[in-house]
Design a protein around this ligand. Structure first.
Ligand code: PLP
Length: 378
């Protein structure tokens, strides 16, 4: 039986000993992060007396500095949210209330499509290939699209858009009066196509909304901050929507995330994030080398591995059910294809932001379960 959405599969995974399902940052603290944890009481007390605006300004500056977004460090139209999903829901409310027909990237994490539909947005799919093809203009015009919603880098595929490609999409949207919406929540994993997105957005004078997040990156037990930015023309309406939902993100969480960002700035992204991903990806690929689960993209750097099932008789659903029996949680591919689930039938996704020892043990168990169930290449 298939479940209603990916979060329900993640809920199963989170209670399994070997949870490789959700894409949240579940790795243990490294040495310098551990030092932050040891100062938690001090951080809490200092947050009590801090001025909210000062914390928000410092957080925004550091977040965009560490992520190479110089042009956004002091942008005025940036609103903190509790989570990326809340930011997406506010966007969905905005689009739905104005009946703006939206094209959304496919595949992507299914809650993007689900939130849009729940807010009654008329939503059509656009593939990664179509996004960077000359046919995009015709497609936007023909379907009378008012907003284009993409993720770069994308979850689960790792697809990302080059600076030239991004500029041409932003220019096209500006010319057609289409709002460009970008989910950047996986941005810290990008190693190629790293450029100042906000500079391009401003130079192209496009109407835009963006989603940023710390939740996929830093191991803060789901204490996280999402940033919701908009172009000047959209900001007054967005500000009002945001006011309906929240006054402020907890000053303690902002204070905590400032410390994690300072640490990432001092130690570098290789030491903080990329090394762990490389190590776990290599362990997974080694464990799967004789199996029917094959990396879909050998070059990807994002924090998840997207695997194709080479045995045509097996679905992602069947592989996930079987691995649940071996206490391993992972995600089936079909729900990522929120409009054409059949296209994702033969994929599964494994999350990599995990403690390497636990991940290594999960890989051994995975290899063993695949072997016992005949999911190996003869
Ligand atoms: C690309 C993308 N955006 C947004 C979200 C929502 O993030 P959160 O669950 O932290 O609200 C997810 C969740 O995995 C995601 O993959």
């Amino acid at each position: 039986m298939s479940l209603a959405n990916l979060t329900q599969y993640e809920s199963i995974g989170i209670n399994r000993p070997y949870n490789l399902a959700d894409g949240h940052a579940h790795q243990r603290q490294n040495d310098s992060q551990m030092q932050i944890v040891q100062t938690l009481p001090t951080l809490f007390v200092s947050a009590e007396t801090a001025v909210q605006k000062d914390l928000e300004t410092e957080f925004q500056d550091l977040f965009f500095c560490v992520s190479g977004q110089e042009s956004a460090r002091f942008l005025p139209n940036v609103l903190p949210c509790y989570s990326a999903s809340l930011t997406i829901d506010l966007i969905a409310t905005y689009l739905g209330s104005r009946k703006i027909r939206t094209m959304l990237i496919e595949p992507c994490f299914d809650n993007l499509a689900l939130l849009l539909k729940r807010r009654r947005v008329d939503v059509l799919p656009v593939s990664e290939d179509q996004l960077v093809s000359p046919g995009l203009e015709d497609s936007l015009r023909h379907n009378q699209i008012g907003a284009l919603f993409l993720c770069t880098p994308n979850n689960p595929t790792g697809f990302s858009i080059s600076e030239a490609g991004f500029r041409s999409i932003a220019t096209l949207c500006a010319r057609l009066g289409v709002i460009l919406i970008i989910d950047f929540t996986f941005r810290f994993f990008a190693r190629e196509n790293r450029y100042d997105h906000y500079k391009v957005l401003q130079e192209c004078a496009v109407s835009y909304l963006t989603i940023e997040d710390t939740g996929k990156t830093f191991p803060t037990l789901d204490l996280k901050v999402s940033l919701f930015s908009s172009s000047d023309d959209l900001f007054p309406d967005i500000y009002e929507l945001h006011n309906d939902i929240l006054l402020n993100v907890s000053p303690f969480i902002l204070r905590l995330m400032i410390e994690y960002l300072k640490d990432a700035q001092a130690e570098g992204l290789q030491a903080t994030i990329w090394g762990l991903i490389d190590r776990n990806r290599a362990a997974l690929r080694h464990a799967l080398r004789h199996s029917v689960l094959v990396p879909a993209n050998s070059e990807t750097h994002v924090s998840v591995e997207w695997l194709v099932i080479s045995d045509m008789s097996l679905s992602g659903q069947a592989v996930v059910a079987l691995l649940h029996n071996a206490d391993i949680g992972l995600l089936p591919g079909a729900p990522f294809y929120w409009n054409n689930p059949d296209h994702g039938e033969r994929y599964v996704r494994v999350a990599l932001m995990r403690d390497p020892d636990l991940f290594g043990a999960a890989c051994d168990r995975l290899a063993d379960a695949l072997q016992k169930n005949g999911m190996v290449i003869q």
